[in-house]
Design a protein around this ligand. Structure first.
Ligand code: BG6
Length: 482
Protein backbone atom coordinates (compact mmCIF):
# COMPACT_ATOMS: atom_id res chain seq x y z
CA UNK A 1 0.00 0.00 0.00
CA UNK A 2 1.40 3.37 -0.89
CA UNK A 3 0.02 5.75 1.68
CA UNK A 4 1.05 9.33 1.36
CA UNK A 5 1.17 11.50 4.42
CA UNK A 6 -0.02 14.96 3.53
CA UNK A 7 1.49 17.44 5.98
CA UNK A 8 -1.06 19.48 7.92
CA UNK A 9 -0.75 22.80 9.70
CA UNK A 10 -0.28 22.85 13.49
CA UNK A 11 -3.69 22.67 15.13
CA UNK A 12 -5.67 22.77 18.33
CA UNK A 13 -8.46 20.22 18.16
CA UNK A 14 -10.96 20.55 21.00
CA UNK A 15 -13.14 17.49 21.50
CA UNK A 16 -16.34 18.31 23.36
CA UNK A 17 -17.46 14.98 24.77
CA UNK A 18 -13.76 14.09 24.99
CA UNK A 19 -14.40 11.25 27.46
CA UNK A 20 -17.40 9.83 25.60
CA UNK A 21 -17.80 6.61 23.67
CA UNK A 22 -17.08 7.99 20.19
CA UNK A 23 -14.01 9.89 21.37
CA UNK A 24 -12.59 6.83 23.13
CA UNK A 25 -13.47 4.31 20.42
CA UNK A 26 -12.80 6.22 17.24
CA UNK A 27 -11.54 9.81 17.45
CA UNK A 28 -8.60 9.38 19.84
CA UNK A 29 -7.35 6.01 18.50
CA UNK A 30 -7.64 7.54 15.01
CA UNK A 31 -5.56 10.55 16.03
CA UNK A 32 -3.00 8.24 17.60
CA UNK A 33 -2.65 6.36 14.31
CA UNK A 34 -2.15 9.63 12.46
CA UNK A 35 0.49 10.54 15.04
CA UNK A 36 2.27 7.23 14.41
CA UNK A 37 2.06 7.84 10.66
CA UNK A 38 3.88 11.13 11.21
CA UNK A 39 0.95 13.35 10.20
CA UNK A 40 0.55 15.14 13.49
CA UNK A 41 2.76 18.21 13.63
CA UNK A 42 4.99 18.76 16.65
CA UNK A 43 2.88 21.74 17.67
CA UNK A 44 -0.50 20.03 17.34
CA UNK A 45 -2.66 19.66 20.43
CA UNK A 46 -5.80 17.75 21.28
CA UNK A 47 -7.86 19.23 24.06
CA UNK A 48 -10.47 17.04 25.69
CA UNK A 49 -13.41 18.97 27.12
CA UNK A 50 -16.15 17.24 29.07
CA UNK A 51 -18.12 17.44 32.29
CA UNK A 52 -15.93 15.01 34.23
CA UNK A 53 -13.83 16.77 36.81
CA UNK A 54 -10.26 15.68 36.18
CA UNK A 55 -6.92 17.15 35.24
CA UNK A 56 -4.76 16.62 32.19
CA UNK A 57 -2.87 13.74 33.82
CA UNK A 58 -6.18 12.01 34.55
CA UNK A 59 -7.35 12.54 30.98
CA UNK A 60 -4.13 11.17 29.52
CA UNK A 61 -4.65 8.03 31.60
CA UNK A 62 -8.24 7.68 30.28
CA UNK A 63 -7.03 8.12 26.70
CA UNK A 64 -4.14 5.68 27.18
CA UNK A 65 -6.62 2.99 28.33
CA UNK A 66 -8.98 3.76 25.45
CA UNK A 67 -6.24 3.51 22.82
CA UNK A 68 -5.05 0.20 24.25
CA UNK A 69 -8.62 -1.12 24.36
CA UNK A 70 -9.76 0.04 20.94
CA UNK A 71 -6.65 -0.33 18.78
CA UNK A 72 -6.42 -3.40 16.57
CA UNK A 73 -2.74 -3.82 17.34
CA UNK A 74 -1.04 -3.38 20.71
CA UNK A 75 0.25 0.20 20.60
CA UNK A 76 3.94 0.88 20.98
CA UNK A 77 4.41 2.23 24.50
CA UNK A 78 6.97 4.91 23.62
CA UNK A 79 4.83 6.28 20.77
CA UNK A 80 1.76 6.25 22.96
CA UNK A 81 3.64 8.17 25.66
CA UNK A 82 4.72 10.82 23.13
CA UNK A 83 1.23 11.10 21.67
CA UNK A 84 -0.26 11.66 25.13
CA UNK A 85 2.02 14.67 25.61
CA UNK A 86 -0.07 16.42 22.94
CA UNK A 87 -3.20 16.09 25.09
CA UNK A 88 -4.76 18.59 27.51
CA UNK A 89 -8.02 18.53 29.38
CA UNK A 90 -10.52 21.14 30.53
CA UNK A 91 -13.64 20.30 32.59
CA UNK A 92 -16.45 22.21 30.95
CA UNK A 93 -20.16 22.82 31.23
CA UNK A 94 -21.69 23.30 27.78
CA UNK A 95 -24.64 25.22 29.21
CA UNK A 96 -22.95 26.99 32.10
CA UNK A 97 -19.86 29.10 32.68
CA UNK A 98 -17.50 26.45 34.05
CA UNK A 99 -14.35 25.95 32.03
CA UNK A 100 -14.89 28.42 29.19
CA UNK A 101 -12.36 30.98 30.38
CA UNK A 102 -9.76 28.26 30.89
CA UNK A 103 -10.47 26.89 27.41
CA UNK A 104 -10.19 30.36 25.89
CA UNK A 105 -6.76 30.79 27.52
CA UNK A 106 -5.60 27.41 26.25
CA UNK A 107 -6.67 27.56 22.62
CA UNK A 108 -4.08 29.34 20.46
CA UNK A 109 -4.98 31.93 17.86
CA UNK A 110 -2.09 31.24 15.48
CA UNK A 111 -2.94 27.61 14.62
CA UNK A 112 -5.86 25.85 12.91
CA UNK A 113 -8.69 25.72 15.46
CA UNK A 114 -11.16 22.85 15.18
CA UNK A 115 -13.98 22.01 17.58
CA UNK A 116 -15.42 18.52 17.48
CA UNK A 117 -18.99 18.37 18.85
CA UNK A 118 -18.91 14.73 19.94
CA UNK A 119 -22.08 15.27 21.99
CA UNK A 120 -25.84 14.97 21.42
CA UNK A 121 -27.37 17.48 18.98
CA UNK A 122 -29.29 19.14 21.83
CA UNK A 123 -25.97 20.76 22.84
CA UNK A 124 -24.90 21.99 19.39
CA UNK A 125 -26.54 25.42 19.72
CA UNK A 126 -25.13 26.02 23.22
CA UNK A 127 -21.62 25.06 22.17
CA UNK A 128 -21.73 27.23 19.05
CA UNK A 129 -22.94 30.20 21.08
CA UNK A 130 -20.39 29.77 23.88
CA UNK A 131 -17.51 29.41 21.43
CA UNK A 132 -18.51 32.68 19.87
CA UNK A 133 -19.18 34.45 23.15
CA UNK A 134 -15.76 33.55 24.53
CA UNK A 135 -13.95 34.62 21.37
CA UNK A 136 -12.67 31.13 20.68
CA UNK A 137 -13.30 31.20 16.95
CA UNK A 138 -12.53 33.26 13.89
CA UNK A 139 -13.46 32.97 10.21
CA UNK A 140 -11.06 30.10 9.72
CA UNK A 141 -12.11 27.97 12.71
CA UNK A 142 -13.97 24.73 12.00
CA UNK A 143 -16.63 22.78 13.81
CA UNK A 144 -17.30 19.10 13.35
CA UNK A 145 -20.74 17.66 14.03
CA UNK A 146 -21.86 14.07 14.17
CA UNK A 147 -24.96 12.26 13.12
CA UNK A 148 -27.80 12.09 13.94
CA UNK A 149 -28.13 15.52 12.34
CA UNK A 150 -31.75 15.94 13.36
CA UNK A 151 -34.51 13.35 13.37
CA UNK A 152 -36.63 14.97 10.67
CA UNK A 153 -36.58 17.92 8.31
CA UNK A 154 -37.71 20.47 10.90
CA UNK A 155 -35.11 19.51 13.49
CA UNK A 156 -32.35 19.39 10.85
CA UNK A 157 -33.35 22.85 9.65
CA UNK A 158 -33.30 24.17 13.16
CA UNK A 159 -29.81 22.68 13.80
CA UNK A 160 -28.59 24.23 10.56
CA UNK A 161 -30.01 27.57 11.67
CA UNK A 162 -28.40 27.31 15.11
CA UNK A 163 -24.99 26.65 13.61
CA UNK A 164 -25.39 29.22 10.84
CA UNK A 165 -25.95 31.91 13.48
CA UNK A 166 -22.24 31.66 14.34
CA UNK A 167 -20.50 29.78 11.52
CA UNK A 168 -20.38 29.93 7.74
CA UNK A 169 -21.18 26.75 5.83
CA UNK A 170 -17.52 26.42 4.86
CA UNK A 171 -16.66 26.11 8.56
CA UNK A 172 -19.15 23.29 9.28
CA UNK A 173 -18.05 19.68 8.81
CA UNK A 174 -21.01 17.27 9.08
CA UNK A 175 -19.68 13.76 9.42
CA UNK A 176 -21.10 10.72 7.68
CA UNK A 177 -18.38 8.20 8.41
CA UNK A 178 -19.32 6.15 5.32
CA UNK A 179 -17.82 8.90 3.19
CA UNK A 180 -14.51 8.40 4.97
CA UNK A 181 -14.32 4.73 4.07
CA UNK A 182 -11.60 3.94 1.56
CA UNK A 183 -13.86 1.77 -0.58
CA UNK A 184 -16.66 4.31 -0.65
CA UNK A 185 -14.24 6.78 -2.18
CA UNK A 186 -13.22 4.04 -4.54
CA UNK A 187 -16.74 4.15 -5.96
CA UNK A 188 -15.87 7.50 -7.44
CA UNK A 189 -12.51 6.23 -8.71
CA UNK A 190 -14.14 3.23 -10.40
CA UNK A 191 -16.87 5.31 -12.00
CA UNK A 192 -14.94 8.36 -13.05
CA UNK A 193 -11.43 6.96 -13.48
CA UNK A 194 -12.34 4.34 -16.10
CA UNK A 195 -13.58 4.71 -19.65
CA UNK A 196 -15.27 1.36 -19.43
CA UNK A 197 -18.21 1.98 -17.15
CA UNK A 198 -19.50 5.49 -17.61
CA UNK A 199 -20.93 5.06 -21.15
CA UNK A 200 -23.07 2.16 -19.88
CA UNK A 201 -24.04 3.79 -16.61
CA UNK A 202 -27.65 4.71 -17.39
CA UNK A 203 -31.15 3.33 -17.78
CA UNK A 204 -30.49 2.28 -21.36
CA UNK A 205 -28.04 -0.41 -20.21
CA UNK A 206 -28.67 -0.88 -16.50
CA UNK A 207 -31.62 -3.03 -15.48
CA UNK A 208 -31.43 -2.23 -11.79
CA UNK A 209 -29.01 -1.47 -8.96
CA UNK A 210 -28.93 -3.03 -5.50
CA UNK A 211 -27.36 -1.43 -2.46
CA UNK A 212 -27.01 -3.65 0.59
CA UNK A 213 -25.57 -2.80 3.99
CA UNK A 214 -26.03 -5.89 6.12
CA UNK A 215 -24.81 -6.16 9.69
CA UNK A 216 -24.57 -9.13 12.02
CA UNK A 217 -24.60 -7.01 15.18
CA UNK A 218 -27.82 -6.16 16.97
CA UNK A 219 -28.60 -2.88 18.69
CA UNK A 220 -26.53 -3.95 21.71
CA UNK A 221 -26.18 -1.23 24.34
CA UNK A 222 -27.68 1.45 22.07
CA UNK A 223 -31.27 0.27 22.56
CA UNK A 224 -32.60 3.55 23.89
CA UNK A 225 -31.26 5.62 20.99
CA UNK A 226 -32.05 3.02 18.36
CA UNK A 227 -35.64 2.43 19.44
CA UNK A 228 -36.35 6.11 18.77
CA UNK A 229 -34.50 6.02 15.51
CA UNK A 230 -34.82 2.76 13.58
CA UNK A 231 -32.97 1.68 10.45
CA UNK A 232 -34.54 4.40 8.31
CA UNK A 233 -33.13 7.25 10.38
CA UNK A 234 -30.01 5.46 11.55
CA UNK A 235 -28.78 4.11 8.21
CA UNK A 236 -30.92 4.97 5.18
CA UNK A 237 -31.25 8.75 5.54
CA UNK A 238 -27.47 9.08 5.74
CA UNK A 239 -25.19 6.15 4.86
CA UNK A 240 -27.31 4.44 2.19
CA UNK A 241 -28.33 7.80 0.79
CA UNK A 242 -24.68 8.74 0.37
CA UNK A 243 -23.94 5.46 -1.40
CA UNK A 244 -26.94 6.00 -3.66
CA UNK A 245 -25.73 9.50 -4.48
CA UNK A 246 -22.22 8.39 -5.36
CA UNK A 247 -23.47 5.59 -7.58
CA UNK A 248 -26.15 7.65 -9.32
CA UNK A 249 -24.73 11.17 -9.58
CA UNK A 250 -23.52 12.87 -12.73
CA UNK A 251 -19.75 13.22 -13.05
CA UNK A 252 -18.75 16.37 -11.16
CA UNK A 253 -16.58 18.70 -13.23
CA UNK A 254 -13.81 18.45 -10.62
CA UNK A 255 -13.11 16.43 -7.51
CA UNK A 256 -13.80 19.44 -5.35
CA UNK A 257 -16.15 19.87 -2.41
CA UNK A 258 -18.97 21.86 -3.94
CA UNK A 259 -18.73 20.25 -7.37
CA UNK A 260 -19.24 16.81 -5.76
CA UNK A 261 -21.87 17.98 -3.29
CA UNK A 262 -23.88 19.81 -5.96
CA UNK A 263 -24.17 16.58 -7.94
CA UNK A 264 -25.17 14.54 -4.89
CA UNK A 265 -27.83 17.08 -4.02
CA UNK A 266 -29.33 16.81 -7.51
CA UNK A 267 -29.74 13.05 -7.05
CA UNK A 268 -31.54 13.46 -3.72
CA UNK A 269 -33.83 16.09 -5.18
CA UNK A 270 -34.69 13.79 -8.09
CA UNK A 271 -35.74 10.87 -5.86
CA UNK A 272 -39.35 9.80 -6.30
CA UNK A 273 -41.68 9.53 -3.37
CA UNK A 274 -41.66 5.90 -2.25
CA UNK A 275 -44.97 4.04 -2.47
CA UNK A 276 -45.94 2.07 0.66
CA UNK A 277 -45.86 -1.24 -1.23
CA UNK A 278 -42.27 -0.52 -2.22
CA UNK A 279 -41.06 -0.63 1.37
CA UNK A 280 -40.58 -3.56 3.72
CA UNK A 281 -39.78 -3.01 7.37
CA UNK A 282 -38.52 -5.79 9.57
CA UNK A 283 -37.65 -6.46 13.17
CA UNK A 284 -35.52 -9.36 14.38
CA UNK A 285 -36.97 -12.08 16.55
CA UNK A 286 -35.28 -14.15 19.22
CA UNK A 287 -33.47 -17.31 18.22
CA UNK A 288 -30.73 -19.45 19.66
CA UNK A 289 -28.36 -16.97 17.97
CA UNK A 290 -29.55 -13.94 19.90
CA UNK A 291 -32.20 -11.97 21.76
CA UNK A 292 -35.20 -10.37 20.10
CA UNK A 293 -35.02 -6.69 19.13
CA UNK A 294 -37.85 -5.92 21.56
CA UNK A 295 -35.92 -7.48 24.44
CA UNK A 296 -32.78 -5.62 23.54
CA UNK A 297 -34.52 -2.25 23.50
CA UNK A 298 -36.61 -3.13 26.56
CA UNK A 299 -40.00 -2.46 24.97
CA UNK A 300 -42.14 -5.50 24.32
CA UNK A 301 -44.38 -3.51 21.96
CA UNK A 302 -41.73 -1.62 20.02
CA UNK A 303 -42.64 -1.02 16.38
CA UNK A 304 -39.21 0.25 15.41
CA UNK A 305 -37.61 -1.34 12.36
CA UNK A 306 -34.18 -2.99 12.55
CA UNK A 307 -34.41 -3.76 8.83
CA UNK A 308 -35.70 -1.85 5.86
CA UNK A 309 -35.81 -2.57 2.14
CA UNK A 310 -37.01 -0.06 -0.43
CA UNK A 311 -37.50 0.29 -4.13
CA UNK A 312 -36.42 3.76 -5.13
CA UNK A 313 -36.82 5.61 -8.41
CA UNK A 314 -34.80 8.57 -9.65
CA UNK A 315 -36.66 10.85 -12.03
CA UNK A 316 -33.93 12.23 -14.20
CA UNK A 317 -32.69 11.72 -17.75
CA UNK A 318 -30.06 9.16 -16.76
CA UNK A 319 -32.07 6.93 -14.43
CA UNK A 320 -35.80 7.14 -15.20
CA UNK A 321 -37.01 3.55 -15.45
CA UNK A 322 -34.11 1.92 -13.58
CA UNK A 323 -35.06 0.97 -10.02
CA UNK A 324 -32.61 1.14 -7.13
CA UNK A 325 -33.24 -1.45 -4.43
CA UNK A 326 -31.84 -0.51 -1.04
CA UNK A 327 -31.73 -2.69 2.04
CA UNK A 328 -30.07 -2.59 5.41
CA UNK A 329 -30.58 -4.50 8.61
CA UNK A 330 -29.12 -5.68 11.85
CA UNK A 331 -28.63 -9.28 12.96
CA UNK A 332 -28.52 -10.54 9.40
CA UNK A 333 -26.69 -13.57 8.13
CA UNK A 334 -23.41 -11.83 7.36
CA UNK A 335 -21.68 -8.48 7.56
CA UNK A 336 -21.63 -7.37 4.00
CA UNK A 337 -21.89 -4.04 2.21
CA UNK A 338 -22.16 -4.25 -1.50
CA UNK A 339 -23.40 -2.34 -4.51
CA UNK A 340 -24.48 -4.41 -7.48
CA UNK A 341 -25.19 -3.06 -10.93
CA UNK A 342 -27.23 -5.54 -12.96
CA UNK A 343 -27.04 -4.78 -16.67
CA UNK A 344 -29.83 -5.50 -19.12
CA UNK A 345 -30.06 -8.63 -21.21
CA UNK A 346 -28.72 -8.48 -24.76
CA UNK A 347 -31.39 -7.22 -27.12
CA UNK A 348 -30.53 -10.05 -29.50
CA UNK A 349 -28.50 -13.22 -29.00
CA UNK A 350 -26.83 -14.72 -32.05
CA UNK A 351 -26.37 -18.00 -30.19
CA UNK A 352 -30.00 -18.91 -29.75
CA UNK A 353 -28.91 -20.33 -26.42
CA UNK A 354 -32.17 -19.53 -24.69
CA UNK A 355 -30.56 -18.85 -21.30
CA UNK A 356 -30.64 -15.54 -19.54
CA UNK A 357 -27.25 -13.87 -19.51
CA UNK A 358 -26.48 -10.54 -17.98
CA UNK A 359 -23.38 -8.71 -16.93
CA UNK A 360 -23.36 -7.99 -13.25
CA UNK A 361 -20.89 -5.60 -11.68
CA UNK A 362 -20.55 -5.96 -7.98
CA UNK A 363 -18.58 -3.52 -5.87
CA UNK A 364 -17.85 -4.90 -2.46
CA UNK A 365 -17.38 -2.24 0.19
CA UNK A 366 -16.77 -4.34 3.28
CA UNK A 367 -15.41 -6.80 4.21
CA UNK A 368 -13.10 -8.29 1.52
CA UNK A 369 -13.16 -5.15 -0.60
CA UNK A 370 -13.08 -5.78 -4.31
CA UNK A 371 -14.91 -5.81 -7.61
CA UNK A 372 -16.49 -8.70 -9.45
CA UNK A 373 -17.70 -8.49 -13.01
CA UNK A 374 -19.89 -11.32 -14.25
CA UNK A 375 -19.17 -12.04 -17.93
CA UNK A 376 -20.65 -14.57 -20.31
CA UNK A 377 -18.26 -16.99 -22.01
CA UNK A 378 -18.41 -20.25 -23.93
CA UNK A 379 -18.57 -23.31 -21.80
CA UNK A 380 -15.27 -25.07 -22.50
CA UNK A 381 -15.23 -28.28 -24.56
CA UNK A 382 -17.07 -29.80 -27.44
CA UNK A 383 -20.82 -29.89 -27.65
CA UNK A 384 -21.78 -26.69 -29.42
CA UNK A 385 -21.88 -23.08 -28.38
CA UNK A 386 -23.12 -23.26 -24.81
CA UNK A 387 -22.84 -20.09 -22.73
CA UNK A 388 -22.02 -19.77 -19.07
CA UNK A 389 -21.56 -16.80 -16.77
CA UNK A 390 -18.31 -16.57 -14.86
CA UNK A 391 -17.06 -13.96 -12.43
CA UNK A 392 -13.99 -11.89 -13.18
CA UNK A 393 -13.00 -11.51 -9.61
CA UNK A 394 -10.69 -8.87 -8.31
CA UNK A 395 -10.16 -8.70 -4.62
CA UNK A 396 -8.16 -5.58 -3.84
CA UNK A 397 -6.06 -7.56 -1.39
CA UNK A 398 -5.03 -9.97 -4.17
CA UNK A 399 -4.49 -7.26 -6.75
CA UNK A 400 -2.54 -4.91 -4.56
CA UNK A 401 -0.57 -7.36 -2.45
CA UNK A 402 -0.64 -8.13 1.26
CA UNK A 403 -0.88 -4.50 2.20
CA UNK A 404 -3.41 -3.83 -0.53
CA UNK A 405 -6.33 -3.12 1.69
CA UNK A 406 -6.02 0.20 3.37
CA UNK A 407 -6.67 -0.08 7.09
CA UNK A 408 -7.17 3.63 7.66
CA UNK A 409 -10.26 4.14 9.73
CA UNK A 410 -12.85 6.52 8.31
CA UNK A 411 -12.43 8.86 11.27
CA UNK A 412 -8.69 9.25 10.81
CA UNK A 413 -9.15 10.41 7.26
CA UNK A 414 -12.06 12.69 8.08
CA UNK A 415 -10.38 14.42 11.03
CA UNK A 416 -7.30 15.16 8.95
CA UNK A 417 -9.55 16.51 6.19
CA UNK A 418 -11.03 18.92 8.74
CA UNK A 419 -7.57 20.18 9.63
CA UNK A 420 -6.69 20.47 5.93
CA UNK A 421 -9.92 22.37 5.32
CA UNK A 422 -11.23 19.90 2.72
CA UNK A 423 -15.02 19.47 2.82
CA UNK A 424 -15.41 17.01 -0.09
CA UNK A 425 -16.25 14.08 2.20
CA UNK A 426 -18.65 16.00 4.44
CA UNK A 427 -22.34 16.66 4.00
CA UNK A 428 -23.52 20.13 3.19
CA UNK A 429 -26.52 21.56 5.04
CA UNK A 430 -28.79 21.54 1.99
CA UNK A 431 -27.89 17.89 1.29
CA UNK A 432 -28.91 16.82 4.79
CA UNK A 433 -32.17 18.74 4.54
CA UNK A 434 -32.97 17.25 1.13
CA UNK A 435 -32.35 13.76 2.52
CA UNK A 436 -34.74 14.40 5.39
CA UNK A 437 -37.33 15.91 3.04
CA UNK A 438 -37.36 12.57 1.20
CA UNK A 439 -37.27 10.43 4.38
CA UNK A 440 -39.93 12.27 6.39
CA UNK A 441 -43.05 11.25 4.39
CA UNK A 442 -41.97 7.60 4.54
CA UNK A 443 -41.70 7.63 8.33
CA UNK A 444 -44.86 9.72 8.72
CA UNK A 445 -46.69 7.22 6.51
CA UNK A 446 -45.70 4.35 8.83
CA UNK A 447 -46.79 6.32 11.87
CA UNK A 448 -50.13 7.25 10.31
CA UNK A 449 -50.85 3.67 9.26
CA UNK A 450 -49.62 2.18 12.55
CA UNK A 451 -47.30 0.01 10.49
CA UNK A 452 -45.91 -3.04 12.28
CA UNK A 453 -42.53 -4.36 11.09
CA UNK A 454 -42.38 -7.91 9.76
CA UNK A 455 -40.55 -10.34 12.02
CA UNK A 456 -37.39 -11.98 10.73
CA UNK A 457 -35.07 -14.53 12.23
CA UNK A 458 -31.66 -13.58 13.55
CA UNK A 459 -28.89 -14.60 11.16
CA UNK A 460 -31.33 -14.73 8.21
CA UNK A 461 -31.44 -12.56 5.08
CA UNK A 462 -34.33 -10.49 6.46
CA UNK A 463 -38.11 -10.76 6.08
CA UNK A 464 -39.61 -12.81 3.26
CA UNK A 465 -41.66 -9.80 2.14
CA UNK A 466 -38.48 -8.17 0.87
CA UNK A 467 -37.85 -11.19 -1.36
CA UNK A 468 -41.41 -10.94 -2.64
CA UNK A 469 -41.04 -7.25 -3.34
CA UNK A 470 -38.30 -8.08 -5.86
CA UNK A 471 -40.05 -11.22 -7.09
CA UNK A 472 -43.01 -9.05 -8.15
CA UNK A 473 -40.53 -7.26 -10.43
CA UNK A 474 -39.07 -10.64 -11.54
CA UNK A 475 -35.82 -9.89 -9.83
CA UNK A 476 -33.85 -11.40 -6.95
CA UNK A 477 -31.66 -9.98 -4.22
CA UNK A 478 -28.00 -10.86 -4.17
CA UNK A 479 -27.18 -13.35 -1.43
CA UNK A 480 -26.01 -11.79 1.81
CA UNK A 481 -22.70 -13.55 2.19
CA UNK A 482 -19.52 -12.75 4.08
C1 BG6 B 1 -23.64 3.92 12.47
C2 BG6 B 1 -24.97 3.43 12.92
O1 BG6 B 1 -23.75 5.21 11.91
O2 BG6 B 1 -23.11 3.02 11.48
C3 BG6 B 1 -24.85 2.03 13.48
O3 BG6 B 1 -25.49 4.31 13.91
C4 BG6 B 1 -24.21 1.09 12.48
O4 BG6 B 1 -26.13 1.53 13.87
C5 BG6 B 1 -22.91 1.71 11.96
O5 BG6 B 1 -23.96 -0.13 13.12
C6 BG6 B 1 -22.34 0.88 10.82
O6 BG6 B 1 -21.06 1.36 10.48
P1 BG6 B 1 -19.94 0.39 9.89
O7 BG6 B 1 -18.79 1.32 9.67
O8 BG6 B 1 -19.69 -0.66 10.93
O9 BG6 B 1 -20.50 -0.18 8.63
Amino acid sequence: MVSRVIPVQPFDLVIFGGTGDLARRKILPGLFRRFCAGQMPEKARVIGAARADMDTAGYRAVVRDAIIEFSDETPDDASLGKFLEHLEYVPIDARGETGWRELAKLVRADVVRAFYFSVGPSLFADLAERLNQHGLTDEDSRIVVEKPFGRDLDSAKSLNRDLAAFFHEKQIYRIDHYLGKETVQNLMAVRFGNMLFEPLWNSQYVDHIQITVAETVGVGGRGEYYDKSGAMRDMVQNHLMQLLCLIAMEPPSKFEPDAVRDEKLKVIRALDEVEPHHIVRGQYEASEKGKAFRDEVGDSRSRTESYVALKVGISNWRWAGTPFYLRTGKRLKARSSEITVVFKELNHSIFGDGGEHRNVLSIRLQPNEGITLGVTIKEPGLGGMRLIDVPLDMSFADALGDEGVDQTDAYERLIMDVIRGNQTLFMRGDEVEAAWAWTDPIIRGWEARGDVPKPYECASEGPGDAVQMLARDRRVWRKVSP
